[in-house]
Design a protein around this ligand. Sequence first.
Ligand code: GLY
Length: 323
Amino acid sequence: MDRRSFIKSTGVASLGMGLNINKTFSASKQRPSNPIVVATWDVKNATKKAWEILNSQGSSLDAIEEGCKVEEANKDGQSVGIGGLPDREGDVTLDACIMDYKGNCGSVVYLKNVKHAISVARMVMEKTPHVMIAGDGAKKFALAMGFKEENLLTEKSKKDWIKWKENEKYQPIINIENHDTIGMLAIDKNNNISGGCTTSGLAYKMQGRVGDSPIIGAGLFIDNEIGGAVATGLGEEVIKTVGSFFVVELMRQGYSPKDACKFAIERIVKKPESNYKNFQVGYIAVNKNGETGSYSIQKGFSMTQYDIRGNKTLDSPYYNKMG
Ligand code: GLY
């Protein structure tokens, strides 16, 4: 029995015993012959942009930033960047983070009136001694870095918000639109992994609410020796289980990306009195060998993957078969 089967059959992984936390990925470390990018949901324009950068010797970090920017600039997407659905008061506020292959990271929280939150997060990483900047400070920093101030509440999102106010029913909506947070993971031709995620958060959230997406370890985690993971869906549940870090640590123990995502989803649904039937969480992951996987609680989640075989959106396996 190999070590991975042993861990699985004895359940030591779930008991947190016998783990080698310093272990680096045991599978072949040769460079993948080609780069790869994966993203949450059906976002082929975003993965196409990222792929173009990867395929012309660009870095995984540049690919992530430019790929995420495609969705942030898309006014029709109501969960990211301009056009995002606002909070209860009608304010669109953005959360984003980015992490590179050296373990550097940056994040912005509750950013208003600047659509490219992913780029501001990168600036936090590269131009400040900090990891996370929030609220007025984040906006001030963005404007000082030359970002443009603009109204992010589109007519459509404003109309939807006014309609929502008729009842003010506050409930997470499963698979809103057909996407939610955009999370992206990429491996470049130098075999370096980076990742990012960007969101306007839960529609009609309480003012000041922050989800998982700007929180390193919850919404996103990268370990260049092992792989990366990123989350979408109800951020509170991802934060409570430090989901993306957990997925990467499971891959360190030998789980495939898909099995690691599945295990992290089960950690949520098997909590005592979990009401998992009422919300969605999805993870995608990639390991150092370029293997990918995803898993979600509900049907309807998907992962877009661009590699040498092309740009494809794949339905994700999911937990709740009863609907
Ligand atoms: N996953 C996005 C959020 O909960 O804000």
